[in-house]
Design a protein. Structure first.
Length: 322
């Protein structure tokens, strides 16, 4: 049996405090035989005798008294540290460092943060907005979100919700300029564009064509690095835009926007939540991940359903036939 030095010291200290090896065993929930063996191993390891022992009496030797004096404070400090670590894992309190993409933070992630802060006021979230996955250890990240493809190896990722790419315009724009009949037909329309913060370039529009995803660099007559501002530009009635589904869905449902080229809506991207480990996860981290999954995972309010795109497809087919 391997020698557990810490357990042996704890047994020694408890026996010295209680004046009984049997009582020390009961306090530590071990057998008297195990307590006696631990003490014998500790004495052998140290090369000194710690107790004068008889069948009826236990008393410290001079060396045992000195060892108790030196070991007792350190053991108490260690036990407090262990207790604090266990309590910290179980209590929903303390700092929570979160990173997420700027483009989807307000629309998708703020409702989760808002509800979490209400439920767990003893947690202090620290939210950083950036469009990259940095060094997990150096950045001290507890939970991260990423829009796009799955995160790289080294983290655990859970897909939450698809991020559709929906071409749309206002009914007024369509009435004045007509709807694009094809992807190529976008060239005759004024289009908005999203400028990626990490590259400074306008992001190409992406479309599903059969089983493939194709990219098309449109000429941006209005460009911005903010998805809300791009949505406002499209709502002005002056531009056709490709918006993510979480932005487009409520505007389409309210009749403010009309989805276009719906047979080419791309849905290969998604929002992911990622974290470092499932093992020994603090309760505050687990509670936040669970809430994000509860509120976001495949939430139908966050993307357009097939029946909501079907009328637009029918209109597109009729225009093509004409």
């Amino acid at each position: 049996m391997a020698f557990n030095e810490l357990r042996a010291i704890a047994t020694f200290v408890k026996a010295a405090e209680l004046g009984s090896l049997r009582q020390a065993a009961l306090a530590q929930a071990i057998t008297p035989q195990a307590a006696s063996q631990a003490l014998t191993q500790l004495e052998s390891h140290l090369g000194i005798r710690l107790f004068h022992r008889t069948t009826r009496r236990l008393s410290l030797t001079e060396e045992g008294t000195q060892f108790l004096h030196e070991a007792q404070p350190g053991l108490a400090t260690l036990q407090r540290a262990l207790h604090g670590a266990r309590r910290g894992r179980e209590e929903i309190a303390g700092p929570l460092r979160i990173v997420g993409p700027r483009a989807t933070m307000l629309q998708l992630l703020w409702p989760v943060l808002d509800e979490y802060a209400r439920r767990y006021p003893r947690v202090t979230p620290d939210v950083q907005l950036e469009d990259r996955i940095g060094n997990w250890v150096e950045d001290r990240v507890d939970v991260g979100f990423r829009a796009g493809g799955p995160p790289d190896a080294g983290v655990i990722a859970r897909r939450l919700v698809p991020l559709q790419l929906v071409v749309c315009a206002t009914p007024g724009y369509v009435a004045r300029h007509g709807a694009p009949a094809s992807i190529d037909d976008l060239a005759r329309h004024r289009c908005s564009g999203f400028r990626a913060a990490n590259t400074g370039k306008v992001v190409p529009w992406e479309f599903r064509v059969g089983a493939d995803i194709v990219s098309r660099q449109v000429v941006a007559d209005f460009a911005t690095n903010d998805i809300e501002l791009e949505a406002r530009a499209v709502l002005s009635g002056e531009f056709v835009g490709q918006l993510i589904g979480v932005t487009a869905a409520p505007l389409v449902r309210s009749g403010q926007l009309v989805p276009l080229l719906t047979e080419h809506v791309a849905d290969h991207l998604a929002l992911y939540v990622y974290y470092g480990s499932r093992v020994a996860q603090p309760a505050r981290v687990r509670a936040f991940i669970d809430l994000a999954i509860e509120q976001l995972a495949d939430n139908p309010a966050l993307f357009l359903q097939p029946h909501e795109l079907a009328p637009a497809r029918a209109r597109s087919r009729r225009r093509g036939a004409a």
